[in-house]
Design a protein around this ligand. Structure first.
Ligand code: ARG
Length: 283
């Protein structure tokens, strides 16, 4: 009797855990699931009485990156994430008929969030490196920009070539291609930080000598932060351009993303989004 009692409790517990898992799956209901994947169809059939959850597209980005993605106080005084990556995200969501949810995360966590399905897309000025291509799928390139070196006004001429950065203290974003680039500079002392604002702070307080950033981001920061300048040094990378990250194997979503990008690129919308976002970042 005692034995049967225990077994009963064990069975009940397993049932409860399974029910909880099912619940979680149904609640997540994001666009990646709704993109007609077999898994989702089975789920819908199994839980027949439930109404189809509203489609949601969860986009991960590190919103420290003007004019790509950054925080502003909007007209109603509220914090809002804006930028040309955000405009692209809105267009993709619109084409999918999904509601857009943006998650502001540290850049170096984004690819794992994608692989584990906690975000559907990464739109974050992501450069298409061969290493990343092993972990995630990538859209076509939607924009290109150069790299830049930012330093304090007084040091502008001191760091006017990449060679001049040898042995210097360099600030970079954790997990970025700039971090890899800085590692190539002989004897450079790296400070790798999660958010770019912190790198700018380190520059301002003399804790690093220079930072390597994407050109448009560098321009945006030097316009807004007094005492910082872009030097003549020209960092080069083979991983030119930006792509949208998609979970490996989600071909349907990848195709949909590329279709939206084609539409935006051929209409000249991306250049327009960049111009608008740059103006917004200057305010
Ligand atoms: N393009 C660089 C990379 O992919 C940096 C991107 C950083 N993006 C950001 N939103 N902070 O590594």
């Amino acid at each position: 009797m005692k034995k049967w009692g225990m077994l009963f409790i064990a069975v009940m517990m397993v049932t409860l855990v399974l029910a909880a898992c099912g619940q979680e799956k149904n609640n997540s209901g994001n666009a990646a699931n709704n993109a007609g994947q077999a898994a989702n169809q089975n789920e819908t059939q199994a839980g027949g009485e439930q109404t189809e959850p509203a489609k949601k597209l969860v986009v991960g980005m590190s919103a420290d990156f003007p004019p790509y993605e950054f925080h502003i106080k909007n007209d109603s005084g509220q914090d809002e994430i804006v930028g040309f990556d955000v405009e692209i995200a809105k267009e993709i969501a619109k084409d999918l008929g999904a509601e857009l949810e943006i998650k502001d995360l540290k850049f170096d966590t984004l690819l794992n969030e994608l692989s584990s399905g906690r975000v559907d897309l990464v739109i974050s000025g992501l450069s298409p490196t061969p290493e990343r291509a092993e972990q995630i799928d990538m859209s076509k390139i939607y924009y290109k920009a150069e790299q830049a070196v930012v330093t304090r006004e007084a040091d502008k001429d001191k760091f006017n070539t990449m060679e001049a950065l040898e042995g210097a203290k360099i600030g970079v974003q954790q997990g970025s291609i700039q971090e890899d680039m800085a590692k190539e500079i002989p004897n450079a002392q790296l400070t790798s930080l999660g958010k770019i604002n912190d790198i700018i702070m380190q520059l301002n307080t003399n804790r690093v000598d220079a930072a390597i950033l994407e050109g448009p981001v560098a321009e945006s920061f030097v316009k807004n932060v007094k005492g910082l300048v872009i030097t003549d040094a020209t960092p080069v990378t083979e991983d030119d351009g930006y792509v949208i990250g998609i979970k490996k194997g989600n071909q349907e979503l990848l195709d949909q993303v590329n279709t939206t990008l084609d539409r935006l690129i051929s209409a000249g919308s991306i250049d327009q989004f960049v111009a608008e976002a740059s103006a917004l970042a200057e305010k």
